[in-house]
Design a protein around this ligand. Sequence first.
Ligand code: KG4
Length: 339
Amino acid sequence: MDVTILGIESSCDDTSAAVIRNGVILSNVISNQDVHFQYGGVVPELASRAHQQNIIPVVEAALKRANIDKSELSAIAFTRGPGLMGSLLVGTSFAKGFSLALGIPMVEVNHLKAHVLAHFIKESEDDTNQPQFPFLCLLVSGGNSQIILVRSYNDMEVIGQTIDDAAGEAFDKCAKVMGLGYPGGPVVDRLAKEGNPLRFKFNKPQISGFNYSFSGLKTSFLYLIRDELKENPNFIEENKEDLCASLQYTVIEILMDKLRKAAKELGIKEVAVAGGVSANSGLRAAFEDHAKRFGWKIHIPKFAFTTDNAGMVAITGYYKYLDKEFCGMDAAPFSRVIM
Ligand code: KG4
């Protein structure tokens, strides 16, 4: 019998709904919220209001694009956390209402696990490019930088994570200092292509195990800009390509050094990347390079599945549905990381 899952994602500033049937994606609708651009970051109160406006049109569009009727749904999966509480409440409450109205079960989904399981979204019946267990997944986003050992769909262990800022935060905060807008990661990526990655040297952390730290890099970037601006007020404008290239080079070195260490110590060659920062062209190139040099079998998600999207929620919901892991009407969102 067909298993058809509606996924709902509303953890931050993207309202998204997707339909997955037997693991194959039928639709993945994402509505971005432009309202935050002028504030240089996500404003939680505005995000929840925009979710409230978007959620029903987005779900309708996802069902329409999938060409299915809501009566065909087997279950509804929603992001329970982590994320912004007001945003999560919109998706969670919608899921409860829809589940009650249709008389179908609900599946709660951890946003971070969903990023990892995005690799299992099939684009067609004969799409067999999914990772083999066990594999390592580098999860890099605006809020997280983690190395996850994935043993199965529902057995994941965080073996390393940032002790302060996330990689995306390092990109965004340094970009802000250069006046490049928000989110700065994609702009840094674009400018870095024109710059010299070895021009400026920034601090790299010395911490044990597989953990990360990006606050030292951010501070050393800030100090360089502050000192250079004293000598030359046009320093940023005249050097922004080299600044971006050097920043990106250092972030990627930090990320790959620990990932390589983890892969070597655990003897794993199947390696994936997930989360918003996995859109970075330099990081993608570093993965390709490691595949050649170390024989890694790499998994890089399609752009549509790197940032927050409901396709990843629906696929996670699909595997939990197969295990009959449903949740009750008392499921409440959680804002902080639990994994
Ligand atoms: O996973 P994500 O969409 O959302 C959350 O963290 O909630 O990740 C967003 C992060 C931002 O920090 C953004 O600057 C970064 O991903 N990002 C990039 C690129 N595209 C998005 N960072 C570097 N290069 C990119 N091309």
